[in-house]
Ligand binder design. Structure first.
Ligand code: MG
Length: 203
């Protein structure tokens, strides 16, 4: 399976990064070794001094597809979850400066914790899903799919022009504003609406 992540999909996050709002989706990949499941801890790596949390809704692809038309894109995922796109911001800044790829900053082991998934049909409106991240009990990031620059369906249609999507692939759909550093000892909890779907510690 592969993990595809969308960058700058919320205008307020693009702004806090001093980055332009994109005219088409920006995406990058993480390998399956980036996953953390079952609320296992994240071990702070020694190659970075500035790991940031980016809480994101995650789509789970439910059937294979290539060149998926926008009007059918909603048939390619059944479940929505929540995850963290951990980013070594110090390394990413250096990569950006030199125009190099981001993988070192984005795709390292453990950089993609994911929580439980929920049936998308249980959501009353896909275009109005609220989600948030607590760090040590304080709400640090919150977002709503009404603020997405590119909808779930348009992301799926766009990505599938380039990559065949396969059952079980995951799409991280972008982070809202409020990204920031984590520290050893922090406890992270991620929620869709009021349901806690992910909780883990930084070690
Ligand atoms: Mg992200």
């Amino acid at each position: 399976m592969k993990i595809i992540c969308i960058g700058r999909n919320y205008a307020e996050h693009a702004k806090e990064m001093n980055a332009a709002v994109p005219s088409e989706p920006i995406f990058f990949l993480k390998p399956d070794t980036a996953l953390i499941k079952d609320n296992q801890p994240f071990y702070y790596p020694d190659f970075s001094k500035e790991i940031h949390h980016e809480v994101e809704l995650v789509l789970k692809i439910s059937k294979p597809g290539k060149n998926i038309e926008l009007q059918f894109a909603n048939k390619y995922y059944d479940e929505i979850g929540i995850g963290i796109d951990f980013t070594a911001r110090d390394i990413q800044a250096k990569c950006k400066e030199k125009g190099l790829p981001w993988e070192k900053a984005k795709a390292f082991d453990g950089s993609a914790p994911i929580g439980k998934f929920i049936d998308k049909n249980k959501m009353s409106n896909i275009s109005n899903i609220h989600f948030h991240l607590n760090v040590n009990g304080n709400k640090i990031q919150s977002g709503n799919t009404k603020d997405l620059l590119f909808t779930f369906d348009s992301i799926i249609a766009y990505i599938s022009k380039f990559f065949t999507l396969k059952t079980g692939d995951l799409i991280f759909t972008g982070t809202p504003e409020g990204v920031g550093p984590i520290a050893i000892g922090d406890k992270l909890e991620a929620f869709i609406e009021n349901e806690k779907l992910l909780t883990f510690e930084i070690k």
